[in-house]
Ligand binder design. Structure first.
Ligand code: C2O
Ligand code: CU
Ligand code: CU
Length: 419
């Protein structure tokens, strides 16, 4: 790699108002805007200097979910508060494959409330390999992010997190996509790449199209998949991402195809005359070499248990000044992540900071076909054990937790020190 190029960014957490429904505007929070964030574009190999500013009335942190960055301060978990009216400088060199990651607030224990207010943003990471593939990538034309969230509107179109509070996760009846209600997208190319993020506090999205058309998943949380995977239905748990390519070439101008979750409308695609004919999705996308685990390396066991206020990891609630586990940098280990709840119970989306892992197995069987790329979040079903292959490349203290955000705030979180 050549010497990294320096890039400067300022990200301001701010309060504002957003017209979401007819009538009164909703009080919302965002990064550099009133709700969510303009899409941030990062390139592998560049060196980023970022000023994090907090113009909110309370402390916040800026967490780069899915970025492999060094240490707790740059990573932006609970250890990195930025107080109201203050700012913090961070810098890092990006070194990871092309992916879509995200930025969100992470002050413990009010992550859930701040994300609900709107502190979440999309980050595109690009690299030379991905750029060499024939995939749709014109931003806003045939490549769009979709942040999937849900909200409940109270009097005067306001949100009321406290009134809606549920220790098993806050949800609302209204789909909010990219911070808009009832959105549509004008399709002008034969194929469209959708970069989906489950940015909800607790909701799982069971996605399919109104005509059950097939689509192709090309990427997961932290990288392209080795090979594209064909689906008609896709489920995302909190914080998971999937990039899918949808072929609309059988449609004609005036047609509408709707993306749904269960029976809820997510986005309507309005077909126009095609200005571009996209090529076929490549049959091979990325070489992934699993790191070898030295024989004798113990398997780490992590147990997520409980519901409501009783949630815990390994029987303990999160404590910021307690290190729960250690792992040498560069050493690959198997982690068996267990959801101790009986069926029917909640799926706990397990997430670890500071790494992109591989999913080895689910209850000893093969993982889902779309879990063969790098991931940072994995849904663990009730009673199930998911084996991960985890390696850290940078020293630091990193949190791991359930990404139902109220579970995280409720203490279903622990931390590992890498050295
Ligand atoms: Cu999405 Cu601890 O993070
Ligand atoms: Cu994270
Ligand atoms: Cu959970």
């Amino acid at each position: 790699k050549e010497t990294p190029t320096d890039v400067y960014y300022t990200i301001t957490a701010q309060a504002g108002e957003t017209q979401l429904l007819p009538g009164a505007k909703t009080k919302t929070w965002g990064y550099n805007t009133s709700l969510l964030s303009p899409t941030i574009h990062f390139e592998d190999g560049k060196h980023y200097h970022i000023t994090l500013k907090n113009e909110l009335p309370e402390l916040t942190t800026f967490h780069w979910h899915g970025l492999n960055v060094s240490g707790p301060i740059v990573d932006g978990g609970c250890h990195a508060p930025v107080y109201p009216g203050e700012s913090k400088q961070i810098d890092f060199t990006l070194n990871q494959p092309a992916a879509m990651v995200w930025l969100h607030a992470h002050p413990c224990p009010s992550t859930a409330e701040q994300v609900w207010h709107g502190l979440a943003g999309i980050v595109y990471v690009t690299d030379a390999h991905e750029a060499s593939l024939d995939l749709p990538r014109e931003y806003g034309v045939d490549d769009i992010p979709l942040v999937l969230q849900d909200r409940r509107f109270h009097e005067n179109n306001q949100w009321d997190y406290r009134a809606d509070y549920d220790p098993d996760g806050v949800a609302g009846p209204t789909a909010m996509i990219n911070g808009t209600i009832n959105p549509y997208f004008d399709v002008t190319t034969t194929k469209v790449r959708l970069r989906l993020l489950d940015g909800a506090n607790r909701r799982e999205w069971r996605l399919h199209f109104s005509d059950d058309r097939e689509f192709v998943q090309v990427a997961g949380d932290g990288s392209l998949l080795p090979e594209p995977v064909h689906f008609t239905h896709l489920m995302l748990t909190c914080a998971e991402r999937a990039q899918i390519v949808v072929d609309f070439s059988d449609c004609k101008p005036g047609d509408e195809v709707t993306l749904l979750t269960d029976d809820k409308k997510v986005v309507t695609f309005r077909i126009h005359e095609f200005k571009r004919v996209n090529g076929p999705v490549p049959e091979h996308l990325l070489d992934i070499k699993a790191p070898t685990v030295d024989p004798g390396t113990p398997v780490r066991r992590i147990v997520m248990s409980g519901m409501d206020e009783s949630v815990a990891i390994d029987g303990k609630k999160f404590k910021m000044d307690r290190i729960d586990a250690e792992q040498p940098v560069g050493q690959a280990q198997y982690w068996d992540v267990v959801n101790a709840n009986d069926k029917p119970g909640m799926v706990h989306p397990f997430h670890c900071h500071g790494t992109q892992f591989l999913v080895v197995s689910r209850d000893g069987k093969a993982p889902y076909p779309n879990e063969h790329g790098y991931k940072d979040t994995v849904g663990v079903n009730p009673g199930e054990t998911v084996r991960l292959l985890v390696r850290f490349d940078l020293p630091g203290v990193y949190m791991y937790h359930c990404h139902i955000i109220e579970h995280e705030d409720g203490g279903m979180m622990a931390q590992i020190e890498t050295y």
